[in-house]
Structures are given as C-alpha cells and as structure tokens.
Design a protein around this ligand. Structure first.
Ligand code: IMP
Length: 429
C-alpha cells in the first residue's frame, strides 16, 4: 500500500506539477483533492509544455487513472476545454474520473468573486476571480450544486432554482449586476452534463479499493500551505485545505492510508495576490528572482511577488502537514546571486519569533532575521547528483534541511524533467 501526499510548503507555485510528473510513473492513481482552476501546473514533458488547471498531471501516463476528488470545485466549461486541448494534443482523457460529490462552479460564482473583490477595493484578496471562494461558500451553506446533479436534469433544475432565488437577489440588490434565469443556466449546463457523465464516479470507493490492493496513489495538492483556509495567512488565502489533512477529506480516505508526505518548496519564495510576506524584496534582487525564475502566474499571468527563502514558513509547513520529505525546486535560480540569504526567524517590537506568529498583525510587520550564505555563481543545470553540486550549493541545501528538520529528497536544477537530483526516492519495485 502506498498513499503519498504531495503539497506546496509555501504560497503555491512551488513546482508541484514538475515533481508530480517526475514521480507519476510509479503510481496507479493521481488524485487532485482540493481547489479548482485557480491552480495552474506547467508540465514540460517530451519536449511539450502543457498547462493544466484542473486535470491531474498523471493524465500524461496511459497506465494512470487521474481523479478529480470530492474536495475540488469544477468549472465544467474549463474542464471540457482542458480535455479538448489534451485530446487535440494526442493525449486521451477517457480514463479521467470525477467525483460525484465534487461541487460545480456556476456562472454566478464567477460574477460574485469579481464583484466582492471589487467591493473590497484596496483590501482585496487578489483572488484568481475564477469563482472558487463563492463555490466553496455555497458548499458550506449547503446550497451548492454537485457533479452528481448533472446526472438528473430534474434535480439539477430544482437545485439551480433554489440557488438562484438567493443569488439573483445578491447580484441585483447588492452588486447591481444582471441576474440569471433557470433556463439560461440549464441550457448552458445540458451539454456539459452530456459530456461529463461518462467520467462521473464514486471515486473514494475506487481509491480505497486501490490502496487495499497495494496500488500506489498520489494525492496531488494545489496552491500551498500558507494559502490554506485554516492554516494560511487568513484572510489572504484560498477557500479550501491544500494541507495534507485536506487529502483525506478531499479524496475520501482515512489518515492511516497516508505513508509519506512530500512538501515542495522553491529555493526562494513567491506569492501572488495580497497578504503578508516577511521576506518580500522590492529591489533589484526581487526583480532578478522574477526574471531569472520566470515568475508569472500560470493561471492569471500576474507577476509574482518574490523574496528570500523563509525557513520559518517551511518549518511551519513541516509541522502542519507532517512532512516526511522536503523537495527543493529552482535551485538553479540562485546561481545568479553572490550571496544568498535565508530567513531563520522574525523580529517584531524587540521580540524574536522562531515560529510563525499567531497574531496576524505581528506577522504583517515581522522583519526577517537573515543568515547569509556564500553563493556559487556557476551553472548547476547539468548536475544530476548531490555530489556534483558546488560545495556552496550543497551547504545551502544542508542548511535548509537542518532548519526544516526533514530530509531534502529531491532538488530541481532546471525546468526539464531530467534536471532533477533524486536523493531519496526509491521507485516502485
Ligand atoms: P482564489 O483561490 O482564487 O480564491 O484566490 C485566493 C488567494 O489564493 C489569492 O491570493 C490567489 O492569488 C491565491 N491562489 C489561488 N490559487 C493559486 C495558485 O495555484 N498558486 C498561487 N496562488 C494561488
């Protein structure tokens, strides 16, 4: 039995897609357990660059069953477009399974996401405006529309009617926006239902059966630990649980099914959207991260905010997720620097914080305490073993390994699949 969870240890965009793609071959199932098309995975495979938002990256392997779990929210138009694009690229999507309990992103969710951001003005969260938050709100309010509702038009009509009786009031009276008729929404959703019906399944039962039969299942998180609704920098977070516990809830498996938890972190750190960011750099170093690391969002194209590696945040991610391994990506980007800083603690009003401060105000104003390490200033993109790395790069990895108190199992030194140093990964026998 091998249930392995892979999560982001920072604010998302850590390179999870590349790592999933790298180890996917060992798995029978790859399962997305939260989020929706707010995520964006860029996977470079066989010389092709694929941008995936909803479909798990395992789709590229014919022996893998890719699953969109119950914890996800699905914009059917986006999903179908993604399926069409993959098919046009010669990749079959017939194995894709969608949990009958996943929720649907409806047209009014997207309207409300944009409208509420606009209303927040300078306090906006900086969402991807894909309707994610409003869809999860309806799930919690128990007026959400689920994938299984696509299987019965009568039920679908009733649920849309019930939802619209509230949504239309909000759209019209609070935001002064156009409303929807039931038929308008149904007419849009009928073709989606026809297209998606063959993919709808009770995925939790299938995954549990697979694990019971010693198959390997990879639970693939989107976003990152610090964007978690409970454990992230609330309110500047997403509306789901990208932490490891979310894999159990969002895929329908028990915690004892999880054998290993991999946390992905960049060798520096980025975030998109608003919110506190202690090591953010507004100077030419920050620009260098953006330019050398091509730090632009896969989903929105927005330029990311960038800064030095924050060891406090990663240590927090180790605890919150129970990480067994850390995987460092984009180490090659640091080759551009003479010296490299690592944040080891924060300071605020004369106090030193070795852990993420509980109070948001402290976190907002926390000043990073840095340790400075020598850079290596040489191209490392050709290194394939830890020993081939320059001494300064090895020392950097050892330093963050000690800080996180978990082993660094893989190190990415370039965007291509093979540009990765595998230190502790035993492929399936
Ligand atoms: P939402 O998920 O669209 O509601 O956005 C909430 C916050 O999460 C915003 O700050 C987004 O920029 C951020 N976010 C959502 N998805 C991702 C992602 O895949 N990578 C990085 N940030 C994300």
């Amino acid at each position: 039995m091998a249930g392995i969870v892979l999560v982001g240890a920072q604010w998302g965009d850590e390179g999870k897609g590349k790592i999933t793609d790298l180890i996917a071959d060992d798995f029978d199932f790859v399962v997305r357990f939260q989020g929706g098309n707010n995520a964006g995975h860029t996977v470079i495979h066989g010389g092709r660059t694929l941008k995936l938002h909803l479909i798990p990256s395992g789709i590229m392997y014919p022996h893998i069953t890719p699953v969109i779990g119950n914890g996800c929210v699905i914009d059917p138009a986006v999903l179908i477009e993604e399926m069409d694009r993959l098919e046009a690229d010669g990749l079959s999507t017939h194995r894709l399974l969608i949990s009958c309990n996943a929720h649907l992103i409806m047209p009014y969710h997207k309207d409300l996401d944009g409208a509420s951001e606009h209303r927040l003005g300078k306090n906006e969260i900086g969402t991807t405006r894909r309707g994610i938050g409003p869809a999860y709100m309806d799930k919690s309010s128990r007026i959400g529309i689920r994938v299984q509702d696509l299987q019965d038009e009568h039920i679908l009509r009733e649920k849309i009617e019930a939802a619209l009786s509230e949504k239309n009031e909000i759209l019209e009276k609070i935001y002064g926006m156009p409303t929807y008729t039931v038929d308008q929404v149904l007419d849009e959703f009928r073709p989606y239902a026809e297209r998606l019906k063959p993919h709808i399944a009770e995925t939790s039962a299938l995954i549990n059966r697979a694990l019971g039969a010693d198959q390997w299942v990879l639970f693939e998180g989107a976003q990152g630990t610090l964007l978690d609704l409970d454990h992230g920098t609330y309110p500047f977070v997403t509306s789901s649980s990208p932490t490891a516990g979310g894999a159990c809830v969002g895929a329908g498996v028990g915690p004892k099914r999880i054998d290993r938890v991999l946390g992905i972190a960049k060798a520096y750190i980025t975030r998109v959207g608003s919110g506190p960011f202690p090591t953010e750099l507004d100077d030419e170093f920050g620009r260098r991260f953006i330019e050398v690391g091509h730090e632009y969002g896969t989903t929105t194209g927005r330029e990311r905010r960038a800064g030095w590696y924050d060891g406090v945040i990663v240590r927090y991610a180790v605890e919150v997720n129970g990480l067994t391994d850390l995987i460092i990506t984009k180490l090659d980007v640091l080759s551009a620097f003479d010296t490299i800083k690592v944040c080891v603690a924060y300071e605020y009003e004369g106090h030193r914080y070795n852990t993420v401060p509980c109070h948001q105000t402290v976190f907002h104003h926390a000043k990073p305490v840095y340790e400075e390490l020598p850079g290596w200033k040489t191209d490392i993109t050709g290194c394939r073993t830890f020993e081939e790395l320059p001494k300064e790069a090895r020392d950097y990895i050892t330093f963050i390994e000690d800080l996180a108190d978990v082993p660094v199992s893989m190190i990415a030194v370039g965007p291509e699949r093979e540009q990765t140093i595998m230190r502790r990964w035993e492929s399936r026998p």
